[in-house]
Design a protein around this ligand. Sequence first.
Ligand code: ZN
Length: 320
Amino acid sequence: MFKINYLVVFSLIFFSLTISAKKFNTVKVGMCADVHLPTMHDSEYRITTFIDAMKKEKPDFIIELGDFGTPEPKYAKYFDIWNSFSGDKYHVIGNHEMDGGTSREKAIEYRNMQTGHYSFQKNGFSFIVLDGNDKKNPEAKGYKQFIGPEQVSWLKTELAKASGPIVIFSHQGLSFYKGVEENYGVENYQQIQDLLAAHNAQNPTTKVVACFNGHTHLDWAENINGIWYITITSMSYHWLGENYESIRYSAEIDKNFKWIKYTAPFKEPLFTTVEISTKGTIKIAGKKTEWVGPTPWELGYPEEQKKYMRPAISKRNLKF
Ligand SMILES: [Zn+2]
């Protein structure tokens, strides 16, 4: 009798554990943003550090959030390092992928992608990757921050056919940020936010829970209408511009990497792993490093940017 009771108790515990384990889906994502391979002299070290960490950590997939590198032979070895990760890996198309006279089409082809916007499933979650480099009008020149009408209607279809919680990736943010010299966020961010909020109101089981972006190099998270809009800090630096020039490495490095003096580099590469659970949690692993050379504030960079500008990715436990 005594033995049977124990058996019943153990069976109940095992049964309830099995049920609770099955109840929630979790996905773990290795993430980095704004690597800017052509800018830094130590890009090989940075990308290798990330890929080595991911080989150990074994997330469900890795993704870089754009501004990775141009399709030039001299950067091919860095793409090879990226591709040495044997698990699933994804690219987001940033505005700097087309620098030096190349094109969005070439950048997409170089990454073996069909288009800049696409979707995939993992562990019961739906992932949507957007391309914020559409032209607002045929004459648009320079860097773009726009999701065109065709892509918006594709996005609507993707939202409608999602089979689980949705996570969106884009290079340019889907929310607004006022920078020092320019405004950030796709120009039609309000249209996209309204579209996502409307979808969520109608579809509680397949709602959009988070949108991740890069581009501003900031460390930022805000909740708008129940959706997290999260910016992942650049792997490499903050862009300060010509008014804040400073030689931070050797004269030799500065000669060969002409953009570094306009940046405030991070000593160690920044990247993170993000764990999202249908329990309603988003856990972002934190990583801290330090500036190389003078801080932006020591060079007179506007103090109001200090709030989100740091050589770190903040550890966050967000709820949705
Ligand atoms: Zn960018």
